[in-house]
Ligand binder design. Sequence first.
Ligand code: BES
Ligand code: MN
Ligand code: ZN
Length: 500
Amino acid sequence: MKLSAVRSTLRQTKADAVVLFTEQDTKLFAERISPLKKLFGARFGHELELSGFNGKSGECFAWYTDKKISAPQLFLAGLGETASLSTEKYRRAAACAARHAQAFKVKHLAFRLPEKAGAFSYPEIARAASEGVILSLYAYDKYLTEKSAKKPKPAELIIAHEDETVVRDLKRTLNETRIICDATCLARDCENAPGNELHPETFARIAEESAERYGYSTTVWDKDKIESEGFGGLLAVNAGSTRPARFIILEHNADKPELETIVLVGKGITFDAGGISLKPSAGMAEMKMDMSGGAAVLGAMEAAARLKLPVHLVGLIPATENLPGGSAMRPGDVITHYGGKTSEVDNTDAEGRLVLADALGYAATFKPAAVIDLATLTGACVVALGQHATGMMGNDEALMAALKEAGEATYERVWQLPLFEEYEKQIRSDIADVKNVGGRWGGAITAGLFLKKFVGDLHWVHLDIAGTAILEEAKPYAPKGGSGVGVRLLIEFLTRRCRP
Ligand code: BES
Ligand code: MN
Ligand code: ZN
């Protein structure tokens, strides 16, 4: 979809449909509507009343403009009450308008920015609106071979305002939004790709293609290298699979030693059957998305490179399937991880932490200022927080506070869970340094504490995205399936940190 900013009045705006944001407050609603009543006549007022549309968030009203303005259709998109106005309300309003536009087969869709910016700046509104449009129109339809099954999308998104200086300011915002949404959709594509298409080798290939295209670097370790480096966790999880594991290393600004180093680590289990501790078949197909952490890291790397963020950013993705097989790891096995620590495997389905342990240990070799890992790590986190908050744990309160703020800004919200030492005894092992499961209670926390054993003195945050990455039902601007969560969050965090 093409994104453009144009200077124009409501009458002039050239598009197939033009959208006006509409507040729910009685007085503001009336102010917004009264010039439209004058323009379109009494019938407009009647139809609007009949529709019941009153500016409520997430609701829309559509009107054929009868040549009174250049665009043949007008959509009113509800923002809700101004007291609770937020950029998220703009995202949702825009998403609703975008779905309307799609239903009406609109090719060129224009949004008018309000005459007065109010609580949010024009770039903020334009960014939120275009995110709402692009992300809500995403569909994973590459395997639909019947043309009628694919919904056509608008070809152009236009942001319009009367003031030339406002419009000029938007060019940069729209370019950045484009990059961030592309990266989110890349992450969604990787998540939604079936396990027979996206496996460790093809995942690595996608990363290499992105890096080649956008000028950052990749190194992909094959199984021999993974073995010689002593990544015992990744090898153990890979043992039941005939497809070989890969360790994917992505690097942006590797040649700029003056920049701060931040390492992102993403769980890259391209399919998680559970291994010998086999999962039940109901819902197992979702486990093709168990590489969502890796997808978020790849998306964030691509966006950071395209945005030329002044940070030395490293992305680490341990990638493997977790399958049962004649040579699979067994419950009771002991693994030696990168760096020499050992773990006892009590349940082969707690595989994410085993591959992350190696990658977190390896992260230290970059001497980073901060390490952030993202992983669809535990069902327990989904039980605790559902689909609307990512579980956050870590050893650095300031880092977590910064991620919380980035979460509010992007609405990829995070919620902290404790890493109290009392939980540690649940993952004590009699024969190894740590055990990979901690019993029934506090499963997200004991998983976090397992990871903590491998981060040493690094400043570290763990994000459990099991509930937020894999959507069982659609959200306002994310269809069911892979959400691409983490990309916008990480880019917002990084931008605030390195471009203050
Ligand atoms: N990938 C799963 C966690 C998961 C569950 C992600 C549901 C998304 C939705 C992970 O590898 C896993 O199987 N975890 C186990 C851990 C248990 C064996 C301690 C779980 O949560 O049941
Ligand atoms: Mn598992
Ligand atoms: Zn898993």
